[in-house]
Write a protein that binds this ligand. Structure first.
Ligand code: ZN
Length: 221
């Protein structure tokens, strides 16, 4: 079930108290329109009816797709990497078998939804993304600041990402073959990835750790 609440938010420009609707819990099956707003990146848009000031109003929010069995918790004030995993198995045994992720930005929330809706493994997607980012950094000689999964096409055998490069405003698209994804899936599968009943971040830091574990496991073998 989606949960809604209202709160008075003070306009940063004209200080008017604006009654603002918030959705701390989004259930896609009950509220497909909320899913659409997350995907078109308007979910956190906020506008003052008094002076017209527009801003993004972020708050913690739990996104749940019952059919596809995943939950993503947006914790905007935490860096997801510093998030302390919370074991929810005792309180919510019904959540066993549900993928649980924590992210810190709406863009990361959208990315997780796209990955899981495409039926992909997000550990493997992060590995492909990290590999592509290092190719870009080598070739273009500039750092990638952010990278996001866009789409995957089995028939065309490609997986597409957007990257934001340091000092550049517009993102660049990068593709690689789904073979790279399948290889990454093998790597992710050969290592212990922390699933279980905790909300965990799975991001670029996770990918670097996985690569390091993988190299170590090869050394030992
Ligand atoms: Zn205002």
């Amino acid at each position: 079930m989606s949960t809604q609440m209202s709160k008075d938010v003070s306009c940063p420009k004209c200080s008017a108290a604006v009654r603002t609707k918030m959705w701390p819990g989004i259930c896609t099956q009950d509220s497909p329109e909320l899913r659409m707003r997350v995907l078109d990146e308007t979910f956190f848009d906020w506008k003052c009816p008094e002076c017209g000031y527009e801003a993004r109003f972020l708050y913690p929010c739990l996104y749940h797709d019952r059919d596809r069995k995943f939950m993503v918790y947006l914790a905007p004030n935490d860096k997801a990497g510093e998030f302390q995993p919370v074991d929810v198995s005792e309180k919510f045994p019904q959540l066993a078998g549900v993928k649980k992720r924590v992210v810190s930005t709406p863009a990361e929330l959208k990315e997780k939804i796209l990955i899981f809706e495409a039926g992909l493994n997000d550990y493997a997607v992060e590995l492909v993304k990290a590999a592509l980012a290092s190719v870009i950094e080598e070739k273009a000689g500039c750092k990638t600041v952010q990278g996001y999964f866009c789409c995957a096409d089995e028939e065309a055998n490609r997986i597409t990402f957007t990257f934001f490069l340091e000092g550049e405003n517009s993102p660049v698209l990068r593709r690689t073959s789904m073979d790279a994804y399948r290889k990454s899936l093998e790597i992710a599968g050969s290592l212990r990835t922390p699933e279980g009943n905790c909300f965990v971040p799975v991001d670029s830091v996770t990918a670097l750790n996985l690569f390091a574990d993988y190299r170590n496991s090869k050394k030992k073998a």
